[in-house]
Write a protein that binds this ligand. Structure first.
Ligand SMILES: Nc1ncnc2c1ncn2[C@@H]1O[C@H](COP(=O)(O)OP(=O)(O)OP(=O)(O)O)[C@@H](O)[C@H]1O
Length: 250
């Protein structure tokens, strides 16, 4: 099973240090890990550093990558599309990128399967540029999944989705991670989603990874107060799940 470990990694833009000294234990495939932190904390930058899109100190280790799979795929926050492609062409392009351009039957059936699982088959022959923000976000998820990554970094993948789609996508990603033994890191602002769908959470703040571990141990009223400057209680709902109830700003 794939495993990812961050060893003392850092990143900067020019002279501005975004974070440094980020270390983790082995993050295993099969589960969702939430990457949380306030605006501008460095979540996207950490993803770019892990994906190798930004250079910096430290080492990103990925072990046990299976043949035919990509080690790491980064799904950016901004899914704006300028390309003049249909949805189907864009997903096919993502599937074939870096692996030769011969298209086999199973490439096409895999695309059909993923579009159907995300319930966007009806968009297949629409132009990317003519989609809504939420539709583009669903296509970006399809483009990421068709690449068969072992480690998938999803930057706020549900930010443009309605509530039904948010839940559907996070449920789906949880099942995909378990079925494919994929390690999925998801940057999230909705901390109730992080509590509900992600078994692990990592908090980035003021240039450091300040906490990591089981979500229910990381997302506490203390953390919400000190990092998010919000007064909140975490209580079990009638179904026994922990839920954040916000009382106000600190
Ligand atoms: N290309 C860039 N050049 C210079 N500074 C950048 C660049 N991209 C991001 N930054 C800065 O790096 C810091 C971290 O940004 P980043 O996008 O990683 O934060 P984030 O946690 O993903 O934020 P948000 O929750 O608002 O999306 C911010 O101060 C931001 O202004």
């Amino acid at each position: 099973m794939v495993a990812l470990k961050l060893n003392d990694i850092g990143a900067r833009y020019g002279r501005t240090q975004v974070f440094e000294g980020v270390c983790t234990d082995w993050l295993k495939g099969g589960e969702l890990t939430a990457l949380i932190g306030p605006n501008a904390a460095g979540k996207s930058t950490l993803f770019k550093r892990i994906a190798g899109l930004l250079a910096g100190p430290g080492v990103v280790q990925v072990e046990d990558v299976r043949e035919g799979h990509r080690p790491i795929c980064y799904m950016p926050q901004d899914t704006g599309a300028n390309a003049v492609l249909t949805v189907y062409e864009s997903v096919l392009l993502a599937a074939k990128q870096g692996s030769g351009w011969r298209v086999a039957d199973n490439d096409l059936s895999e695309i059909d399967r993923i579009l159907s699982a995300l319930r966007i088959t009806d968009l297949a022959f629409r132009d990317l540029g003519a989609l809504s923000g939420g539709q583009r976000q669903l296509v970006a998820i399809a483009q990421a999944l068709v690449r068969k990554p072992e480690v998938l970094l999803m930057d706020e993948p549900t930010s443009a989705l309605d509530l039904f789609r948010q839940i559907e996508v996070l449920d789906f990603m949880k099942r995909v991670a378990a079925a494919e033994n994929m390690a999925v890191l998801i940057a999230l602002h909705d901390l109730n989603h992080a509590l509900r769908y992600c078994s692990q959470a990592m908090v980035i703040h003021a240039g450091r990874l300040v906490a990591s571990g089981p979500s229910a141990e990381v997302i506490t009223s203390d953390m919400l107060r000190t990092i998010y400057r919000v007064d909140a209680r975490i209580e079990d709902c009638s179904q026994g799940r922990p839920v954040i109830i916000v009382d106000g700003c600190v």
